[in-house]
Design a protein around this ligand. Structure first.
Ligand code: BES
Ligand code: MN
Ligand code: ZN
Length: 496
């Protein structure tokens, strides 16, 4: 974990700051690079930076990071120019640009003691975004041999109204809590599946809630069988490591609303007897990213003291082929009595999620939101950077709105009734597979069968949960922690 980075505020002019690295935002206005905080630099410094911008062809485009020696005029060793892009069409897009500009700069540095950030901060929300981006970009995966050390201290320059004193410190505290939740989620996703399996995941959940107001209880295999959790039992029975259902509870006084969060926690998805191809199977250690996001969201909600009741459900199982594994054509019974014909053991996520959704809705929350690396079809539809949200119209729209505010990309997708018939089977109430085209929507329709009339949204993060490719702005390689910021924003909005 790398959450030791100190966060501080200063209202000093960048010209006079003693620091290792001074990060200065460069915007792209009408195609021209414009230096942030230009007025606070001396004429000589400004001229030197402008000269560097010209010689190096700096544009100010989002994602562009340029490192140059700071020169004798500044009390910094290194000057980093980070692109903030063209003027944003809205406040929340602007905040995401700040998050990314800060993240890009911090991700590009190796072991500085102090990094000072001069970015265009207009209010406390901007300040929080800069701090979040800087911390998220400071994440270094553990254990990573090639990791460059993160900054020890991040100092943020701001003179904007509402960003000094208590209000400023509160914004930094919120940013730290959010970033720690994202980092914790990334860490869990990055763990190897021989280390992270249902039992050890549940043990980590118990450890994590210590010292918070979150209560945790764990249903083990025997209790799951007795409780009729046929989805978790069916999926988990092929593994030597049995399934678990973890329940987390955060109940602040005077909460007016209760939200249940349900996360898919397949600690490894081999496909089961419907075995996946060898190429790429190693990526299926990320199939618990939804459960990791739920765990860290509930803990962060408690740390933030959000005035909303939250119950978190982690549906944990390992999907393995073996002599005891479930077979294609098995008929299982989900909690609550719905029978399912398992046509493909690789469509396991919806089986464990069905059990957990039933358990969650039994408690009559106002809203239930599930998050899962559920379908390859999500990636076909939306790629690796945009997640999907389906569900009842009202909650789906709330998720889209919260994601926008939080700077995550969630796109609304339909649940066409016409596709439901493709899961009809004479053997059971429903099959776990249907029409191939629109596979993400089919999976969403399957889950809908288990939420009754509870207002609900389903988040499919199959692609965005894991970054296979090179790092980008504040997103490292590996686990991304996607969903945490959106869920926290949603909980904050529900408490407001
Ligand atoms: N965990 C996978 C979905 C997935 C694929 C997540 C790629 C991340 C990256 C899920 O359990 C799965 O295997 N789904 C199948 C369903 C199919 C058999 C109906 C799929 O999408 O192919
Ligand atoms: Mn699968
Ligand atoms: Zn899966």
């Amino acid at each position: 974990m790398h959450d030791v980075t100190d966060l501080t505020l200063t209202s000093k002019s960048p010209q006079r700051l003693t620091t290792d690295v001074l990060v200065v935002g460069v915007a792209e206005e009408s195609g021209k690079p414009v230096i942030e905080a230009a007025a606070s630099f001396s004429r000589a410094t400004r001229a030197a930076i402008e000269r560097a911008i010209t010689l190096l062809g700096v544009t100010g485009r989002a994602g562009e990071v340029t490192k140059i020696p700071a020169g004798a005029e500044l009390k910094a060793e290194l000057l980093v120019l980070t692109g903030t892009g063209a003027p944003a069409p809205s406040a929340h897009v602007g905040r995401e640009r700040l998050r990314r500009a800060a993240g890009s700069a911090l991700a590009a540095l190796s072991g500085p003691a102090r990094v000072s950030l001069a970015l265009p901060i207009g209010d406390a929300a901007d300040l929080q975004a800069v701090a979040e981006g800087a911390l998220l970009g400071s994440y270094r995966a553990v254990p990573a041999q090639d990791a460059q050390a993160a900054a020890e201290e991040i100092e943020i320059l701001t003179t904007a109204a509402g960003t000094s004193g208590k209000a400023g410190r509160a914004a930094l505290d919120r940013a730290r809590t959010v970033a720690e939740a994202v980092h914790g989620t990334r860490d869990l996703v990055n763990l190897s599946p021989n280390v992270l399996y249902p039992e050890s995941f549940a043990a980590r959940a118990r450890d994590l809630v210590k010292g918070t107001k979150v209560k945790v209880s764990v249903l083990e295999e025997k209790a799951l069988a007795e409780g009729g959790y046929g989805g978790l039992i069916g999926v988990g029975q092929g593994s030597a490591r049995g399934p678990r259902l973890v329940r987390l509870e955060y109940r602040p006084p005077r909460a007016r609303r209760h939200i249940a969060l349900v996360g898919k926690g397949i600690t490894f998805d081999s496909g089961g007897l419907s075995l996946k191809p060898a190429a790429g199977m190693e990526k299926m250690k990320n199939d618990m990213a939804g459960a990791a996001a739920v765990l860290h969201t509930v803990v962060a909600a408690a740390r933030l003291g959000l005035p909303v009741a939250v119950t978190g459900w982690l549906a944990l199982a390992e999907n393995m082929p073996s002599g005891s594994a479930q077979r294609p054509s098995d008929v299982i019974t989900i909690r609550g009595g719905t029978t399912v014909e398992v046509l493909n053991t690789d469509a396991e996520g919806r089986l464990v999620m069905a059990d957990a959704l039933v358990a969650a809705t039994e408690e009559k929350p106002d809203t239930v939101i599930d998050i899962a690396t559920l379908t390859g079809a999500q990636m076909v539809a939306l790629g690796n950077q945009v997640s999907a949200v389906m569900g009842t119209d009202d909650v789906r729209e709330l998720v889209v709105e919260a994601a926008g505010q939080a700077g995550e990309q969630f796109w609304p997708m339909p649940l066409p009734d016409e596709l439901r018939a493709s899961m009809n089977t004479p053997m059971a109430d429903i099959a776990n597979m249907g029409e191939r085209y629109g596979g993400m929507l089919v999976a969403g329709l399957f889950l809908r069968e288990f939420v009754g009339d509870t207002p609900w949204a389903h988040l499919d993060i199959a692609g965005p949960a894991f970054n296979d490719s090179t790092p980008r702005h504040y997103v490292p390689k590996g686990g991304t922690g996607v969903g945490v910021r959106t869920l926290l924003e949603l909980l904050a909005a529900a408490g407001a």
